[in-house]
Design a protein around this ligand. Structure first.
Ligand SMILES: NC(=O)c1ccc[n+]([C@@H]2O[C@H](COP(=O)([O-])OP(=O)(O)OC[C@H]3O[C@@H](n4cnc5c(N)ncnc54)[C@H](OP(=O)(O)O)[C@@H]3O)[C@@H](O)[C@H]2O)c1
Length: 211
């Protein structure tokens, strides 16, 4: 699969490593320029190249967004139209500035991203595990225990693509439902956020039946 990654910091570069290790091709961008990502490009190997954010958006069948949430309005909405976009971000008012709509709880941060990326299919995933745990906690298929990664989204085909990607990179995907209701269950401050749970416990915490 071709994966675009927008944001090349802790989370973006970690997911880029996991995707190339799983056999995917990656185009990764930061806020500055591809030239500033040459070291990362070398570490990632032949299946990855550094590009601009717009190029990463056009490249990916799936595009991972791993920028500080406060920058979501800089995402190239036209280039992302029609794509599956993984929202790995979290709203942090200290870092991102206060947003009244989010603080009232009227809406979730992923819904705001979806509003900005009106033509894309936003799926929330990878936001609820620390970057170094994402890096270290993957297990191969068939392992006795795998950590669960919750996935929420409104477009079934986009969600399936992300459930599959989660599986490929060593975690057990847990379908948490829609972006509005499911995504709310593993935001910062919830019982399913940054807890490193196995899939069964994760399902119980977010209130869904096991499979
Ligand atoms: N750290 C964690 O353990 C963790 C875990 C789960 C989720 N998250 C969430 O994931 C997101 C990223 O966190 P992080 O820790 O990876 O942050 P980080 O290490 O600070 O990296 C942020 C990256 O975003 C890039 N960026 C900012 N604005 C951009 C734009 N408009 N276009 C393209 N790239 C842009 C930055 O580029 P420059 O370097 O050029 O500025 C940088 O590469 C945050 O929303 C965070 O809350 C973090």
């Amino acid at each position: 699969m071709k994966i675009g990654v927008i944001g090349a910091g802790k989370v973006g570069s970690t997911l880029a490593h996991l995707c190339t290790a799983a056999g995917d091709d990656v185009a990764i961008a930061n806020s500055r320029s591809p030239e500033t990502l040459r070291d990362l490009e070398l570490q990632l190997g032949h299946h990855a190249h550094a590009v601009t954010a717009e190029e990463a958006a056009r490249y990916g069948d799936v595009v991972i967004v791993a920028v500080p949430f406060g920058h979501y309005q800089e995402l190239p909405a036209d280039a992302l139209a029609g794509r599956t976009v993984i929202d790995a971000t979290n709203y942090d008012p200290e870092r991102d500035g206060h947003d009244e709509e989010l603080e009232r709880g009227d809406v979730t941060s992923s819904e705001l991203m979806q509003r900005h990326l009106a033509g894309a299919h936003v799926v929330k995933a990878f936001n609820a595990m620390r970057w170094d745990h994402l890096r270290d906690y993957g297990r191969s298929a068939g392992a006795y225990f795998r950590y669960g990664i919750p996935v929420a989204g409104d477009d079934p085909a986009a969600k399936w693509r992300v459930l599959d990607l989660v599986e490929q990179i060593g975690f057990e995907p847990v379908d948490a439902g829609s972006l509005a209701e499911g995504g709310r269950k593993y935001q910062p401050g919830t019982e399913a956020y940054a807890e490193d749970l196995g899939a069964d416990v994760l399902r119980a915490r977010i209130g869904i039946e096991g499979t």
